[in-house]
Design a binder for this molecule. Structure first.
Ligand SMILES: [Zn+2]
Length: 394
């Protein structure tokens, strides 16, 4: 299995300056290579290839020993390949008869990642097993940077990337041959409902993950964005407002991932089979109807931003859940969520009047009352188990 691990870096101030210079030089290289391709194409109708640009690198480095010459040849090649990929995508869209935008120059803040394509080549993941709390990554031109390794790395480190997010730096390891760690069977199955009051509710009636912190961050982010819109371009205040918005975005991303990991871990530990609603279908239904089904109107209606942050939260959760389920040898089933929230789990009666409020379900036919999310989760579980049975019979 392939997996990636992201850790916070703890550079010294000198190292942080080097990281910033490294990123800036890679951005400059990207833009220079883009300029080269554009001019060659505009002036002579010649398309420059990755191989040509990679061959140029040697000279660029030799002529700029204190600048581009400081960094890893391979990470620079990776940057040129990134540009090449942008051009390939561009030409593919042209060929498909569309009119895509030409690959763009990367402004400050639009280029945040440097990748070293091979561990040991201009970089070294250096985990020092003797000191479980101290880990370092060595980066050419930067030095040994301390890593906050909050969980163990498994598998073989293949590529190493460094990413800037606001004022923080992260290292991202992409690992091959990550061993699966099957968990013992529990004999338990669960359906889950994804909502707003709880990130997920299980068919056993468990509520996992309270996204209220996420909603609070979303509110702060909305305020910060309004604040930013009022600032004059080029002003110092605007620069600060931009930084604040970026920091809040980063915070929301971290919170989302944190929720996702915790909730997915709890589910995967406790169940052999997990059934969830197919989010793509769910989102289509929600946007089409925009009715009672939209969970948490009181939260979501306040701002579309809030809504989209929670939507993204479920997407991230399902991605994390899929990885964990695969690693643990658990079965994951996606079902069409149509009617799961309107159907009575007791007698099967379907009516939108069954759902009294966001939280309360009461069947108009048999009187069965339940937490609306639990009722939906039970229906989801049933639909999943029926699918599974049909698949096994086929
Ligand atoms: Zn009923």
């Amino acid at each position: 299995m392939r997996r990636s691990f992201t850790f916070l870096l703890r550079p010294t101030s000198k190292q942080a300056a080097s990281l910033a210079a490294c990123l800036e030089d890679h951005r400059a290289l990207y833009n220079a290579a883009l300029e080269h391709r554009r001019t060659a194409y505009a002036k002579a109708g010649v398309s420059v290839r990755y191989g040509d640009q990679s061959a140029e690198l040697k000279h660029i480095r030799a002529d700029d020993l204190d600048g581009q010459g400081r960094w890893s040849f391979s990470s620079q090649q990776a940057t040129l390949r990134r540009l090449d990929a942008a051009f390939r995508a561009f030409f593919a869209r042209v060929k498909a008869g569309r009119t895509p935008g030409f690959p763009r120059f990367k402004g400050r803040g639009r280029f945040d990642t440097v990748t070293w394509p091979k561990d040991g080549d201009g970089c070294r993941w250096d985990s020092q097993p003797g000191h479980p709390t101290a880990a370092y990554v060595r980066l050419q031109g930067v030095g040994h940077v301390r890593v906050h390794r909050h969980r163990p790395v498994r598998g073989r480190v293949k590529t190493i990337a460094v990413k800037r997010e606001g004022s923080r730096w992260y290292v991202i390891l992409s690992c091959d041959d990550v061993p699966a760690e099957p968990l013992p069977a529990t004999g338990a199955v669960a359906g889950i409902d994804m909502g707003v009051a709880s990130l997920i509710t299980t068919s056993d009636g468990e509520h996992i993950g309270n996204p209220r912190h996420l909603a609070a961050s979303a509110d702060r982010l909305a305020n910060a964005q309004r604040d930013l819109a009022r600032k004059k371009r080029g002003s110092e205040r605007r620069r600060k407002a931009v930084a604040r918005v970026a920091a809040l975005h980063a915070k929301v991303r971290r919170q989302r991932l944190d929720y996702a990991h915790k909730a997915a871990l709890a589910l995967v530990r406790g169940h052999d089979v997990i059934v969830h609603e197919d989010l793509r279908i769910a989102n289509m239904t929600r946007s089409a109807s925009g009715t009672l089904e939209a969970p948490g109107r009181n939260v979501a209606a306040k701002s579309g931003l809030n809504r989209s942050i929670l939507d993204a939260g479920w997407g991230v959760f399902l991605t994390v859940l899929a990885h964990k389920a695969e690693s643990a040898g658990r079965e994951l089933i996606a079902v069409n969520p149509a009617d799961t929230s309107r159907t009575c789990a007791e007698c099967g009666h379907v009516a939108k009047e069954n759902r009294l409020t966001r939280a309360v379900f009461r069947c108009t036919a048999c009187g069965h009352a339940a937490h609306a999310d639990v009722n939906a989760a039970i229906n989801t579980l049933r639909a999943g188990l029926a699918l599974r049975e049909a698949a096994q019979a086929a």
